[in-house]
Design a protein around this ligand. Structure first.
Ligand SMILES: Nc1ncnc2c1ncn2[C@@H]1O[C@H](COP(=O)(O)OP(=O)(O)OP(=O)(O)O)[C@@H](O)[C@H]1O
Ligand SMILES: [Mg+2]
Length: 462
């Protein structure tokens, strides 16, 4: 049953309108002024308000504004005995559903009431659909201590307005975390605007960030808002900040200091209220030392640092994430014991994104209710423990006690293991191995002889 609140200082209106609505089986509340009305809105679950314009204490129009702001889900219908078109237009602009003139017509009241309630239901459905679609995008999956710590930091950092610098390898989840920060902040209803600093050519980045006026440069045929302006009241996500050009860095620093922007070719300054979350997979401290990134900008951006650990540092999250992605693709799959081992031993150089890609490949190519290590290896096209970044096979640890030997012995021992690994990685082909590790083939041959390493006979030298 929908609940309706009538706010009118005339007792006659409260009585007649109230009894008409009660006859239609609505639950009715009444208040003789807007302040009492606000108290009822706080206490009761109300769907629709009939609000008089001329009221003592707090006027109807001001009350409308406040109620739309504080109770956006409640529909508002204004009623007045002194209505004019200007007033009606203003009310609708402030978010009223309709405007009725007194004396009220029974038919009109009931029609408006029904329509307003339908509208309210649609709006609510729309809101919850949008929210669930968005939430599924920003859900941070994982039960490892490492990801729990990140989640906790996100929760704490989100409520402040402090700038945050996210660091983490490719595909580790920087964007997911940035969105979660936005959603957990008081800016959640404002925009979340993303700028990929690496994807925008150096010549365009400033216009992209700050906007431009018509004629500011050759291609500026019309004026355009920049991302800072668009993000007003919300969060600006500066992704891959380490790739920003020095002149853009200088400008961003100025905007942060002054909280104002100027469009390219523009004269006036525009106030901005933007929370910056930046992200990078680079080591910015090192970039500063090498003069590629401004120390003062890093200092400003890095108020709260959050490091997102790579997937290999939180292996217990891997099966969980895989099952989550598969479920989203409408698939359920049991991981056999060796499959779990495989997932934990693999290096995941592409982190969660690589795992998500694997889930997509499974959904397209795999039929079966359970999966083992061999099938995963096939789908991934790689062996567990073998990383394109050049990791060593996990099954072949360095001999125990290597660190206790003298330097020459330890070096020889390492050299032997290293060469065996590189040779097998390069298919046993001497010329390819030599090129990959940067020595002459003749030199490699000599070393292999020294360590008595035999070349697999099936592989032919090319
Ligand atoms: N903890 C997580 N829970 C659920 N999904 C995740 C999680 N972390 C990452 N993802 C998903 O993995 C993919 C990669 O994450 P994201 O784009 O946030 O990584 P990134 O660090 O921004 O990568 P890049 O450096 O390449 O831009 C996305 O599809 C994201 O939804
Ligand atoms: Mg990203």
């Amino acid at each position: 049953m929908a609940a309706i609140l009538i706010i009118d200082d005339e007792p006659g209106i409260r009585l007649t309108l109230g009894s008409i609505l009660e006859d239609e089986k609505y639950k009715v509340f009444t208040a003789e002024d807007a302040l009492l009305g606000l108290e009822l809105l706080n206490k009761e679950k109300i769907n629709l308000v009939f609000l008089d314009v001329l009221l003592p204490r707090l006027g109807g129009m001001e009350a409308l504004e406040q109620m739309r702001r504080d109770f956006p889900a409640v529909e508002m219908v204004m009623i007045s005995g002194h209505a004019n078109v200007d007033m009606a237009v203003r009310a609708v602009k402030l978010g009223a559903f309709d405007f009725l003139e007194k004396p009220l017509s029974l038919d009109k009241v009931l029609t408006v009431c029904r329509n307003a309630l339908v509208m309210q239901k649609l709006r609510e459905e729309n809101r919850s659909l949008k929210k669930s679609a968005y939430l599924s995008q920003v859900e941070i999956i994982g039960t490892s201590a490492a990801i729990k710590a990140v989640r906790e930091m996100v929760k704490q950092a989100a409520v402040s307005d402090a700038r945050i610098l996210l660091t983490g390898e490719n595909g580790a989840g920087k964007e997911v975390i940035a969105r979660a920060i936005h959603l957990g902040s008081s800016r959640a209803d404002g925009p979340f605007v993303e700028v990929n600093c690496a994807a925008i050519p150096e010549t365009l980045i400033e216009s992209e960030l700050f906007g431009h006026e018509k004629g500011a440069f050759t291609d500026a045929v019309s004026s355009r808002k920049g991302r800072f302006e668009i993000a007003h009241g919300g969060t600006l996500f500066l992704d891959e900040i380490g790739d920003m050009s020095p002149s853009a860095q200088a400008k961003v620093l100025r905007v942060i200091q002054e909280q104002k922007i100027e469009r390219l070719g523009g004269e006036k300054t525009i106030d901005t209220d933007v929370r910056i979350v930046a992200a990078t997979n680079k080591n910015l401290e090192k970039a500063c030392e090498e003069g590629r990134f401004r120390q003062d900008l890093l200092f400003r951006l890095n108020v709260i640092p959050i490091r997102i650990p790579p997937l290999r540092e939180r292996p217990e999250d891997i099966p969980l994430l895989l099952c989550h992605f598969l479920k989203n693709l409408g698939m359920e799959l049991e991981l056999e014991v060796d499959a779990q081992g495989f997932l934990a031993a693999y290096e995941w150089p592409g982190n969660v994104r690589e795992l998500k890609n694997l889930a997509e490949r499974i959904a397209v190519m795999y039929r079966g209710s359970s999966i083992n290590a061999a099938a995963l290896e096939d789908l991934l096209g790689k062996k567990s423990g073998e990383s394109p970044a050049g990791g060593r096979p996990g099954k072949d640890p360095l001999p125990q006690g290597i660190f206790d030997r003298n330097f020459n012995d330890a070096r020889d021992c390492f050299e032997k293991h290293y060469l065996e690994f590189q040779l097998s990685k390069n298919g046993g082909i001497i010329s390819r191995t030599a090129e990959a590790i940067g020595i002459y083939p003749s030199n490699l041959h000599a070393k292999l002889r020294k360590h008595q390493i035999t070349i697999p006979s099936t592989k032919e030298e090319r």
